[in-house]
Design a protein around this ligand. Structure first.
Ligand code: 0X9
Ligand code: ZN
Length: 426
């Protein structure tokens, strides 16, 4: 019992320990009053607890925290000290990991469904799929290599469409997936969107993709993603070896050159929100910065960017680095209305409800990709961070039978976004 109650690292080979999550739980903590929230966050940070979700949309913040058996009683004492309320939301993460991998999607309709979207795919399979798409549309799909990860994996982009730009000139939108390793639904959904755009025969989509270029990086944090498949399912960061620390990884969504180093980003290499030593210190960040600034922005007019994450079902607009009372983008109204239209498109597709909000209202986090897309890459046009399914039942462990419905609702939102990018005045 005691043995089983310890998060154990099973050595399958000397180099590659596989992390198990036996008896890890998700506690849903509701603080008594908003003033108690910083103390709870500090406790989580000091004790390296894995914060899965922060919900500040209600009267008081609600926080989902993963605890292993060695962390549970400490957090419980802190909860008592704060007079907070806690509910066991998920009791055994390891069981959830094993159960969700069993739920492989099999087609229930007459349509010939692409088995690629039956399950979450590895880096090589995702790359092969983009090459297959390029093979089918050799006239319109290009796969530039934009750099290499820390471990040397090629970071590939896909450029599709925009060959007949019409009177507005050549415009582009940028779609990015897989910045956070454990958020598997992100690269899966971005691949679903890409596949739909490339293979669609719907005249509205065909016309859109003729006019607008889609620039897509489906799997930015390839090293972290592979690590979640081979070793540690709940890994978030890249695989940087941090000098002077035994802790690995930089949070790539705290590494961008817009208010880098600000609130919600940690200077501690052991934290899950470690921002790195400077803006764009990571080759994954740098690859996108160079590609968008030196190639895409020279050849096209980049109108918008979306960074796809999980989870929470949220449409987040800039800024992430400060609260609305300290500043909103000058075109906040445009992004709010567009967000509402994207939200509505999702409801019409699958009935799933997403929020539409200023990002920092969720929590402040500076150095995010979305803020950099907005303030730098697009020259203050339009940007979002979309947190895909679900609201916490499975969290990062979303079963693969939800890939197609999530992909189709996010496709609908992305089409609304892309049509707006084409229609806006400049
Ligand atoms: O914290 C994040 O990086 C994102 N949430 S996640 O659970 N997927 O890690 C939210 C980022 C929102 N954008 C900014 N704060 N800039
Ligand atoms: Zn994320």
């Amino acid at each position: 019992m005691i043995l089983g109650a310890i998060l154990c690292v099973l050595a399958v080979s000397a180099q590659e320990p596989v992390t198990r999550y036996d008896d890890n739980a998700i506690l849903r903590v509701t603080v008594k009053q908003a003033d108690d929230f910083p103390a709870l966050m500090k406790y989580a940070d000091d004790n390296s607890l894995d914060v899965w979700k922060i919900d500040q949309s209600g009267l008081v913040p609600v926080v989902d925290i993963r605890v292993d058996p060695t962390q549970k009683s400490g957090l419980q004492s802190e909860i008592v000290r704060l007079g907070a309320n806690a509910e066991m939301y998920v009791s055994d993460i390891q069981a959830l990991i094993e159960a969700s991998s069993m739920l492989v999607n099999t087609s229930s309709t007459d349509e010939p469904n692409d088995p690629f979207f039956d399950n979450y795919r590895r880096y090589n399979d995702i790359r092969a799929k983009t090459q297959e798409l390029a093979g089918r549309r050799a006239d319109a799909v290009f796969i530039p290599s934009i750099g290499r990860t820390i471990e040397g994996r090629e970071i590939f982009a896909i450029r599709f469409g925009g060959r007949n730009p019409g009177p507005v000139g050549r415009r582009a939108v940028y779609l990015q997936g897989g910045i956070h390793a454990r958020e598997w639904i992100s690269p899966a959904s971005v691949m679903y969107i890409l596949d739909s755009l490339v293979t669609s025969t719907d005249p509205a989509i065909v016309r859109l993709t003729q006019q607008l270029e889609f620039v897509v990086v489906p799997l930015l944090n390839a090293d972290g993603y592979e690590w979640t498949h081979t070793n540690t399912r709940l890994w978030r960061k890249n695989r940087r070896i941090n000098s002077g620390s035994t802790c690995i990884g930089v949070d790539l969504n705290r590494n961008w050159d817009d208010h880098w180093g600000g609130g919600g980003s940690s200077p501690n290499p052991c934290a899950d929100t470690y921002r790195g030593t400077r803006a764009s210190s990571e080759p994954e960040t740098e690859a996108v910065v160079n590609f968008l600034m030196n190639t895409i922005n020279r050849e096209t007019r980049l109108i918008g960017g979306i960074d796809y994450h999980a989870f929470g079902q949220l449409i987040l607009r800039p800024y992430g680095w400060c609260l609305p009372r300290d500043g909103v983008p000058e075109n906040n109204q445009e992004m709010q209305t567009l967000g509402a239209n994207m939200r509505q498109a999702i409801i019409s597709t699958t009935g799933t409800t997403y929020s539409n909000e200023h990002s920092a209202q969720l929590y402040i986090a500076a150095g995010g990709a979305d803020d950099w897309f907005y303030s730098v890459a697009t020259g203050r046009r339009i940007a979002y961070c979309i947190e895909a399914r679900d609201t916490g039942r499975f969290g990062f462990l979303l079963p693969p039978d939800q890939i197609r419905p999530t992909g189709s609702e996010l496709l609908a939102a992305t089409l609304v976004f892309a049509n707006h990018a084409l229609a806006r005045p400049n």
